[in-house]
Design a protein around this ligand. Structure first.
Ligand SMILES: [Zn+2]
Length: 253
């Protein structure tokens, strides 16, 4: 641990307590403790399937049956898991007014299910489906029901085109509104707390740099290394759930 860098939950609590505009940024690591595998890690689903192929806009357009054979079990798996203490702590920090914005790379909706509001989902989410031909929107339940009723597992719109969930695919544009909200939150942040993101994917990888360039401070809570480790005020290499529970306990009130 470099000099001047703290690694205790108490130091993280103090940093958050001092902040006027703390922002939380989360990635896959916060949800692995809920039992969701990080698809990019060793042994993950990405080793069985080539994500660039299966979870891509090209496959969705050209081979929707293959796309939905991959996508449908993921929806069931994500629906069967629950938020963990880290999601609950983030929601509680937002309720207390300490955290002003929550940005996530995750599509699992676990922040919202833990009670967080206005979550900025930069990779979209599993909150419903939409037809990319006629823009007709359906609920997640409806999307799954149409998938299950189809011989080839492909949910279709009333117009006949295959429906898509709200998850951003490889080769698809990121949701502009969420990206703008994420940059706006980073520009306003005097503290950014990163939980469970290795900060390797744009645009999220740029956000801590924006905070630092404007004089803000950075805290990172991940088990793995990141390129920003040497620029942190607080750097904790621990599991997210127990650490965030300790952070809440160390906060006054
Ligand atoms: Zn349609």
């Amino acid at each position: 641990m470099p000099r001047g860098v703290s690694d205790s939950p108490e130091a993280l609590a103090a940093l958050l307590a001092e902040a006027d505009h703390a922002v939380v940024l989360t990635g896959a690591g916060i949800s692995t403790e809920s039992g969701i595998p990080d698809f990019r890690s060793a042994g993950g689903l990405w080793e069985t399937y080539d994500p660039m192929k299966v979870a891509s806009m090209n496959t969705f357009m050209d081979d929707p049956a293959l796309f939905w054979r991959f996508h449908r079990p993921r929806i069931d798996m994500l629906g069967a898991v629950d938020p963990n203490p880290a999601h609950e702590a983030v929601a509680e920090l937002q309720r207390r007014g300490i955290v002003k914005a929550i940005i996530t790379q995750n599509i699992d909706r676990l922040h919202s299910r833990a009670g967080a509001v206005d979550v900025i989902e930069v990779h979209g989410s599993l909150d419903g489906g939409r037809c990319i031909r006629c823009s007709h929107a359906v609920s997640m339940d409806e999307l799954c029901a149409r998938s299950d009723a189809a011989d080839d597992g492909v949910p279709r719109c009333n117009c006949g085109f295959q429906l898509k969930s709200g998850v951003v695919l490889f080769g698809e544009q990121l949701p502009m509104e969420a990206i703008e909200a994420a940059y706006d939150a980073a520009e306003r942040a005097d503290v950014m707390l990163v939980i469970g993101s290795s900060l390797q994917v744009t645009p999220v990888s740029q956000l801590p740099g924006i905070v630092l360039s404007r004089g803000g401070r950075l805290a990172i809570l991940t088990e793995s290394e990141t390129d920003y480790d040497h620029r942190c005020t607080v750097r904790i290499h621990q599991k997210a759930g127990p650490t965030m529970t300790a952070v809440l306990a160390a906060l006054p009130g």
